[in-house]
Design a protein around this ligand. Structure first.
Ligand code: HEM
Length: 129
């Protein structure tokens, strides 16, 4: 394994920890969703970690020379994480009991991005055209 591969894999692990943190913030509040959940710090930290490691991965996959990232899937993931940020920041300081949809929508968007990455196959073999 080359150093670049090792660093890429470590970054994927951090990306997955970010996913665990974001989705965990939603899943641990399932019981409270009837009355409205909260934007907990784990969700904010998870979103930041996903964004930073996501961009780092794009660079490293491109640098490998043997694989490339699907740009359409990358665009979808970027739009989805932007929506997550808008929701998380916009509602983090408000009383969410009147906005019952916010935390479930963030959870759903995190699952959408996971499906885009895993089912869509964001990394493909062969150098970019
Ligand atoms: C809510 C936000 C996100 C979630 C839930 C998420 C989830 C995931 C998951 C589960 C994987 C692993 C897929 C696999 O290896 O089979 C992955 C990989 C990847 N993600 Fe994300 N992601 C998010 C945001 C982003 C963003 C914003 C970017 C870039 C701008 C990004 C770029 C990538 C790349 C390039 C990979 C491929 C890593 C590799 O296999 O080497 N992700 N993502």
């Amino acid at each position: 394994m080359t150093t670049l591969e090792l660093i890429t894999r470590i970054t994927v692990v951090l990306h997955l920890i970010g996913l665990a943190s974001l989705l965990g913030g939603f899943l641990t509040q399932m019981k409270d969703l009837k009355t409205g959940g909260k934007i907990v710090p784990a969700m904010m930290h998870g979103s930041w970690l996903l964004l930073i490691t996501g961009f780092a991965l794009v660079g490293m996959v491109g640098a490998s020379g043997t694989e490339h990232v699907d740009n359409v899937l990358l665009a979808i993931k970027s739009i989805v994480i932007t929506a997550i940020f808008f929701l998380a920041y916009g509602f983090s300081k408000k009383d969410l009991s009147t906005n019952k949809w916010v935390v479930p929508v963030i959870g759903l968007l995190a699952i959408v991005n996971t499906c885009v990455a895993v089912i869509g196959g964001i990394v493909q073999s062969g150098a970019a055209n």
